[in-house]
Design a protein around this ligand. Structure first.
Ligand SMILES: Cc1cc2nc3c(=O)[nH]c(=O)nc-3n(C[C@H](O)[C@H](O)[C@H](O)COP(=O)(O)OP(=O)(O)OC[C@H]3O[C@@H](n4cnc5c(N)ncnc54)[C@H](O)[C@@H]3O)c2cc1C
Length: 394
């Protein structure tokens, strides 16, 4: 790779971005993460800081004022932000799902209307509304509908979405719904084939933000239900043809999964660093616990897990940048990196002993935060299903 540094697969530009985001994560995100978690309040100042760095336009094309980051740069930014505070990295990755959909599927007028503001100011904040109360791992079972009204040239959306990141702070949503005719029949009579992608501003009539979830971890990230009650959007807000929404969602989520995998690496690395500092300082039996062989072996395993997970992330990025089909590689990265986040944060708490079980130490929050990386944007079981299909051919 041209411009790559010796000993690093990153280009000089990617290294510079990594250093910039790392500094921001350490100085601006990490110090307030515990307090934001406890207050269950999203750190809006940090979001404005991301916008100042240009990161809210991470996946927005340059023509609309964005960064137009490739997959590797996207992953590097996600790892560093999650090292500082996973809730902020998550909010950004969902915002990026929304900007990516507008950039890829929106009309020229929609791109000009939304992308420059979303990139430059990070507002309106983007949302990605796929999951529903009864349709998570299998979004094809969604029941939200979109009925075309020829008199007004609008679609009328009805239904309920769940687990929507940025729910209370979002200004524009990418919404997936089944196109139906006035009798409630699917557009093409097929149960899954009618899923269609729409752009819905949060101030549209009938767009309702529901209950904010109280969660095990990722507590500073707001997660809500969103309901649509006769919510009308102009027909031009349909981003895909009727029936092309689900394949578009899956394509967007392949990129998203690499971001989540990179975030898992960031959380694991943060826990490893916390444990390293603690083990050097904590003494038992007259010596720092870092001298005890059993503890040293934990560090060997944790460090290997972090490196292996990052290599899987980089391989998924490389395949994407080479124009290869990287769906299996993205699933391998997400599966293994989220597992690494769980096991490394678990061992980091263990190395802290009783202190690790208290909110006085960051490892307690990191342990709780890590769990979500095994669930959102496709659970571990779904990643394994995709990998097995890739191996076995069906
Ligand atoms: C904090 C948070 C933020 C989120 N943000 C968003 C968001 O912004 N937008 C959005 O659209 N969604 C979001 N989600 C939803 C998330 O993607 C789903 O929770 C996830 O896809 C799992 O769906 P589910 O919760 O309905 O679980 P289910 O699908 O009900 O799964 C339950 C269990 O069954 C397993 N399972 C299901 N089907 C299979 C199968 N075929 N084979 C093997 N095992 C299976 C699952 O792996 C899991 O262990 C978020 C979720 C959370 C918790």
């Amino acid at each position: 790779m041209t411009g790559a540094r010796v000993g690093s697969s990153l280009t000089d530009e990617q290294e510079a971005i990594r250093e910039l985001v790392r500094e921001f994560a350490v100085e601006e995100l990490r110090p307030g993460a515990g307090e934001a978690d406890e207050a269950e309040s999203f750190p809006e100042d940090a979001w404005d800081g991301l916008a100042e760095l240009g990161l809210t336009g991470l996946t927005v094309p340059e023509a609309y004022g964005g960064f137009d980051a490739g997959e590797t740069t996207y992953a590097v930014v996600n790892e560093e932000l999650a090292y500082g505070h996973l809730a902020v990295a998550t909010a950004l990755s969902v915002h990026c799902l929304a900007t990516s959909c507008i950039a890829e599927f929106g009309s020229e007028a929609q791109r000009e209307r939304w992308l420059p503001e979303m990139a430059a100011a990070g507002r309106p904040v983007g949302m990605f509304c796929l999951s529903e109360p009864h349709a998570g791992s299998n979004p094809a079972e969604m029941s939200t509908t979109a009925e075309y009204d020829p008199e007004t040239d609008e679609y009328v959306l009805n239904g309920e979405k769940q687990w929507i990141t940025n729910g209370t702070r979002g200004g524009v949503a990418i919404v997936f719904a089944k196109a139906v005719d006035p009798d409630g029949e699917n557009a093409d009579g097929d149960d899954t084939g009618s899923i269609t992608q729409f752009l819905v501003p949060a101030d549209a009539e009938g767009f309702e933000v529901g209950k904010k979830e109280e969660k095990l971890g990722l507590r500073a990230s707001d997660t809500t239900g969103i309901s649509f009650g006769d919510c009308r959007v102009p027909a031009e807000n349909r981003l895909t043809q009727e029936g092309k929404g689900l394949s578009a969602a899956f394509r967007t989520l392949t990129g998203g999964r690499i971001g989540i995998a990179a975030q898992a690496v960031g959380v694991a690395r943060a826990a490893l660093d916390e444990a390293t500092a603690y083990a050097a300082e904590r003494e038992q039996f007259g010596e720092p616990i870092a001298e005890i062989q059993t503890i040293r072996h934990k560090f060997a395993e944790m460090a290997t897990d972090v490196s292996a997970a990052r290599l899987l992330v980089r391989e998924a990025c490389r395949q994407a940048e080479a124009g290869e089909d990287n769906r299996v590689a993205a699933s391998k990265a997400k599966y293994r990196a989220s597992e690494a986040a769980m096991s490394v944060t678990n061992e980091a708490v263990q190395i802290h002993g009783g202190y690790g079980y208290t909110t006085d130490f960051d490892v307690e929050r990191l342990y709780r935060d890590a769990k979500i990386t095994e669930i959102y944007e496709g659970t571990t079981e779904i990643q394994k299903t995709i990998i097995a299909r890739g191996v076995l051919g069906k």
